[in-house]
Ligand binder design. Structure first.
Ligand code: C5P
Length: 222
C-alpha cells in the first residue's frame, strides 16, 4: 500500500489533533500539527514584544527561527531554536494572539513552504486550517471537522479540568468564537472547507468514532 496524505481542517477545538494523532498512529504515519508552528512563532513574537499587526518584524523573526516537531514517547514536542516550548505554546496569551500573527500573507507563505517540505514524503496526517485548500491541495483524503461551539467549549473545559486548572466555560466559548471569526475572515487562506473535503460533524460522536470514519475513508482510497 502506498503512503498518502491526509488533511484535517476545521475550527478551533473541534478535536482535530486528538483524532489526527490516532489516525497517524494506526497507519504508522507522521502527525504534523501546523497550528503548533503558528503558535511557536507567536510565542517568540510575544517574548520579543513585537507588534503583531506589523508583518515585517514578524517575517524577520520567522526567518531567524527554526521550528521542529519532534516525536517523543510523551507525544509530539515543539522545539523553537532547539528549545522545548511544547507547554508554553498552549498558554492563554499565545492562544488569544495567534490568529493575529497567522493572518499575514508572507508569514503564511513561509509556513506553507515549511509544511510542504515536512509532508514531502507523504505518509502524513496534517491538521490545521488551510491544509486541504493550500498546503496539500492534492491530499488523497481531506476531512473538515466541525462541532457546535458549545460542544467545543465543553471539551476544552474538560480537558483543562483534567490538566488541573479551572476555566470559565462562557469565556472559553467567547474565545473560541473570536478565534474562528478571525481565522474565517482573514484575506489570506481563511478557514474554509475544501470543495472536495468530507465534512464530519463530531458534536455527538466519540473520538474513536471519528477516527474510524476517517480510517474508512483512507481504506476506500487505496
Ligand atoms: O490548531 P490550533 O488551534 O493550535 O491553531 C492555532 C492558530 O493557528 C489558529 O487559530 C490559526 O490562527 C492558526 N493556524 C492557521 N493555519 C493553520 C493552522 C493554524 O492559520 N494551518
Amino acid at each position: 500500500k502506498s503512503a498518502i496524505a491526509i488533511a484535517i481542517d476545521g475550527p478551533a477545538a473541534a478535536g482535530k489533533s486528538t483524532v489526527a494523532k490516532i489516525v497517524a498512529e494506526k497507519l504508522s504515519y507522521i502527525y504534523i500539527d501546523t497550528g503548533a508552528m503558528y503558535r511557536a512563532l507567536t510565542l517568540k513574537a510575544i517574548e520579543n514584544k513585537l507588534d503583531l499587526d506589523n508583518e515585517e518584524p514578524l517575517i524577520e523573526l520567522l526567518t531567524n527561527t527554526t521550528i521542529e516537531l519532534e516525536q517523543s514517547e510523551n507525544g509530539q514536542l515543539v522545539l523553537v531554536n532547539s528549545i522545548d516550548v511544547t507547554a508554553e505554546i498552549r498558554s492563554q496569551s499565545v492562544t488569544n494572539s495567534v490568529s493575529y500573527v497567522a493572518k499575514h500573507p508572507r508569514i503564511r507563505k513561509e509556513m506553507v513552504k515549511r509544511q510542504q517540505i515536512l509532508a514531502d514524503k507523504r505518509g502524513v496526517v496534517m491538521d490545521g486550517r488551510d491544509i486541504g485548500t493550500h498546503v496539500l491541495p492534492d491530499a488523497e483524503v481531506k476531512i473538515f471537522l466541525i462541532a457546535t461551539v458549545e460542544e467545543r467549549a465543553k471539551r476544552r473545559y474538560e480537558e483543562n479540568t483534567k490538566k488541573g486548572f479551572h476555566s470559565n466555560l462562557e469565556k472559553l466559548k467567547e474565545e473560541i468564537e473570536q478565534r474562528d471569526l478571525l481565522d474565517s475572515q482573514r484575506e489570506t487562506a481563511p478557514l474554509i472547507k475544501a470543495t472536495d473535503a468530507i465534512e464530519i460533524d463530531t458534536t455527538s460522536l466519540s473520538i474513536q468514532d471519528v477516527a474510524q470514519l476517517i480510517l474508512k475513508e483512507v481504506a476506500s482510497t487505496r
